[in-house]
Design a protein around this ligand. Structure first.
Ligand SMILES: *Cc1c(COP(=O)(O)O)cnc(C)c1O
Length: 427
């Protein structure tokens, strides 16, 4: 059993994986949080490192036999520091939400106040949504985007911060198309004595590729998933400054190291053994992101998103904030007489994946919202240029207009397959 291949041991799962590989190869992926990772990253993730237990950190493990793992983790840390220019990094978080949980554990007490972006204005579940642990354990107060511009108004953020005096100010999003003013967030936090945390899950690849500004020089803590624009394994990391914070320890206020608190927050606070095979995959992804080609990719992701926004608006769709600075756009589909869900279903029929999304001040319900969120990271990875992206956008429009015409949709499906064959993925 140890030596048989997957196909020999379990043809059912093998076939399911083949089916998914076909779907990915001949479908257009516009889900803004998805991407295609390299075969090299996948090879590391499928390696014998999955067999190891290594609770603890480099040189301080709770299990024997970790000398090779220590070498791997050290390399991953060094590469990450080089890539983002951070002072400290913990590469062990299992995914984005657990990474954020570990940060809250490290720097907050239950009930502490945090300022974050409202979910239906582009924030993430783990930024204080009432159904999420974050909203249950901590007292999140939220800022919004401006109704007219669709952008975050930093003067409003300051007003709320001065009024609410949060312990932590969180900047980051899952569905917002504009650059954040990192420096201004930091100034506001300093004014009210708050710690700063950026969650760059969506744009980490654009930051690593030097296509947009990084919060790392300004912010105390920066978390990110590694599988979105960064194109690594499904996982996360936490970066932080080498500084001290005030923390209540056994009833006494003490100066403690932020880096040590973050590390303790991850292990033993949140997690047990790290996933060494995934962490090796992260090391590979960091190496890939350090190559000059990655910077070209990052710039092209943004060019493609801007081409998509432009084409959408030309076709008469309302794009939130009238454009984009990053890899994603949120489109109000009701501007064309369909709901976000209807658009998602119509696109699914021709092999285009996207996610329905609320729009700011959405009059519709979260399960059946007005918009869709579209992203260009995955198609850029497989080589789509601006002209291909404009073509995809026109296809989306035709698909929405033909949503009840099965024959027309079948014809569009053929065009999609042709476009995918022009830019092969793993084949
Ligand atoms: C995707 C995302 C996460 C959560 O990542 P998971 O790995 O799905 O838990 C956290 N924060 C933001 C801003 C995200 O976009």
């Amino acid at each position: 059993m140890l030596k048989s291949t997957l196909q020999q041991t379990d043809p059912e799962i093998y076939n399911i994986i083949q089916k998914e590989a076909e779907r990915q190869e001949y479908g257009i992926e516009l889900i803004a949080s998805e991407n295609y990772t390299s075969k090299a990253v996948m090879e590391a993730m499928g390696s014998v490192l999955t067999n190891k237990y290594s609770e603890g950190y480099v040189g301080k493990r709770y299990y024997g036999g970790n000398e090779v793992i220590d070498e791997m983790e050290t390399l991953a840390i060094d590469r990450c520091k080089k890539l983002f220019g951070c002072e400290h990094v913990n590469i062990q978080p299992l995914s984005g939400s657990p990474a954020n949980a570990a940060v809250y554990f490290a720097v907050l007490k239950p009930g502490d106040k945090v300022l974050g972006l409202k979910l239906d204005h582009g924030g993430h579940l783990s930024h204080g949504h009432p159904v999420n642990f974050s909203g249950m354990l901590y007292n999140f107060v939220q800022y919004e985007v401006d109704k007219e511009t669709g952008r975050i108004d930093m003067e409003k953020v300051r007003e709320i911060a001065l009024r609410e005096k949060p312990k932590l100010i969180l900047a980051g999003f899952s569905a917002y198309s504009r650059n954040l003013d990192w420096k201004r967030f930091k100034e506001i936090a300093d004014e009210v004595g708050a710690l700063t945390m950026a969650d760059i899950s969506h744009v980490a690849g654009l930051i690593a590729g030097k296509a947009i500004e990084s919060p790392v020089p300004y912010f105390d803590i920066v978390t990110t998933t590694t599988h979105k624009t960064l194109r690594g394994p499904r996982s996360a990391i936490i970066m932080c400054k080498d500084r001290t914070i005030q923390k209540m320890v056994k009833g006494e206020m003490k100066e403690v190291s932020l880096a040590k608190e973050i590390d303790k927050g991850v292990f033993p606070g949140m997690q047990g053994g790290p996933h060494d095979h995934i962490n090796a995959g992260k090391a590979v992804a960091f190496l890939e992101a350090l190559q000059p080609e990655f910077q070209v990719y990052a710039k092209n992701v943004i060019k493609n998103a801007q081409a998509m926004a432009d084409e959408m608006m030309k076709l008469g769709y309302k794009v939130i904030s009238d454009g984009t600075d990053n890899h994603l756009i949120v489109v109000d589909m009701t501007s064309q007489g369909v709901s976000g869900k209807e658009a998602e279903v119509a696109m699914e029929k021709v092999g285009i994946s996207c996610s329905r999304s609320t729009i700011p001040f959405d009059p519709r319900k979260p399960m059946d919202p007005s918009g869709v969120r579209l992203g260009t990271a995955a198609i850029t990875t497989r080589g789509f240029d601006e002209e291909d992206t404009r073509e995809v956008t026109r296809i989306i429009d035709r698909c929405i207009k033909a949503k009840d015409d099965e024959a027309a949709l079948a014809k569009i499906r053929e065009e999609i397959v042709a476009l995918c064959k022009k830019h092969p993925l793993y084949k």
